[in-house]
Ligand binder design. Structure first.
Ligand code: AQP
Length: 329
């Protein structure tokens, strides 16, 4: 069976960007592949987090995974900090990564602009930890949003470098990036991706937003003065809204353009809000139920960590032996 690995940071509440760019695409793999879906809390602390929010967000992300349709009986769902092999492998890989490679990472450049007062080394080496996450499970495929492509390239380079320097140890993973919806943009600044940690809450829609909040945010979404519902680069705001509409309704971009040919933005936005509300309703309802049953969620992540740990340890043992660490026994 081929192995799939992916994850989301519990650095806030999940947005429809995380859902449409990542989680929704994971669902189709769960029957055929050996899937690991992680809640990457170690990554989340590369920017400041409030401890009690982080604790809660980790549980919420797990509940949202399940509410979105991931079946814990079929896939491994776990919290990254529960499997210490992630940080252990990251150290070894850090010692094989060049500063120049990390300097080129665009996400680091963007995030460091926002956090100049707290530029920590963890944010800088984040892509190396991500490489460890992936390589520990001998992953074949990594379904991610388009923003993660560069990080995945580093994971591939590190796998090859280790294999060449020592002997074949890691599988070289391939990315899977969806075509439509690979990048959902901010509703306020459509040239920027939608992000859960954006300080402007009108820029994103959360999976847990209630209908009135969704209507309000869609109404305020930035458009343009063309007043035509067309999927073109000249109209980045509208283009993004059409993408969201299409991904949540499964209607093609062309059908949507035709449907709104003679209509203005107000009509389009009104319908879009309802498409989002209906699309998210089952997720939100299931999520609310799950959050009432914390014991169940705790059982899932414990079992997930045990599963993941077994596989991860096996890879780490090989790595330690190859780099020359003496076995304890
Ligand atoms: N706007 C987006 N469009 C499509 N996919 C997206 N992803 C994130 N934003 C979008 C995908 O979601 C997965 C998890 O992302 P993450 O939580 O690991 O980190 P991120 O990419 O940094 O996401 P955010 O929402 O922007 O978080 P913050 O604000 O904390 O940095 C990934 O597969 C990503 O591609």
């Amino acid at each position: 069976k081929k192995v799939i690995f992916s994850g989301v940071q519990p650095s806030g509440k999940l947005t429809i960007g995380n859902y449409l760019g990542a989680i929704k695409n994971w669902l189709k793999y769960q029957d055929e592949y050996d899937c690991y879906f992680c809640i990457v809390d170690l990554h989340a602390i590369t920017v400041p987090q409030v401890a009690k929010d982080l604790r809660r967000n980790s549980l919420e992300v797990l509940a949202l995974y399940i509410a979105s349709g991931l079946n814990p009986e079929k896939v491994t769902l776990f919290i990254q900090s529960h499997v210490s092999a992630h940080t252990e492998l990251a150290w070894v890989l850090n010692c094989m990564t060049y500063m120049g490679e990390l300097n080129r990472m665009t996400q680091f450049k963007e995030k460091s602009k926002k956090n100049e007062a707290n530029l920590n080394a963890g944010l800088y080496t984040y892509p190396v930890l991500m490489a460890s996450d992936i390589l520990l499970y001998q992953t074949d495929l990594v379904p991610v949003g388009d923003d993660q492509k560069q990080h995945l390239e580093l994971a591939r380079d590190l796998a090859r470098r280790f294999n060449n320097r020592y002997s074949p140890t890691f599988k070289v993973p391939e990315p899977i990036i969806a075509k439509v919806g690979a990048r959902i943009m901010s509703l306020q600044e459509p040239n920027k991706k939608m992000s859960k940690s954006d300080e402007n809450e009108n820029s994103y829609i959360l999976l847990t937003d209630d209908p009135d909040t969704i209507r309000r945010k869609v109404k305020r979404a930035v458009t343009d003065s063309y007043n035509t519902v067309k999927f073109t680069d000249e109209q980045p705001g509208i283009k993004n809204l059409i993408t969201i509409y299409s991904k949540l309704s499964d209607e093609s971009i062309e059908d949507i353009e035709n449907k709104y040919e003679d209509k203005g933005y107000a009509d389009f936005k009104k319908d879009l809000a309802e498409v989002i509300i209906e699309g998210l309703r089952p997720i939100r309802e299931k999520f609310e139920d799950l959050m009432k049953n914390k014991d169940y969620l705790e059982e899932i992540y414990l079992e997930g960590a045990n599963n993941a740990e077994r596989v991860a340890r096996k890879t780490l043992r090989k790595v330690y032996r190859k780099v020359g660490f003496r076995p304890r026994k």
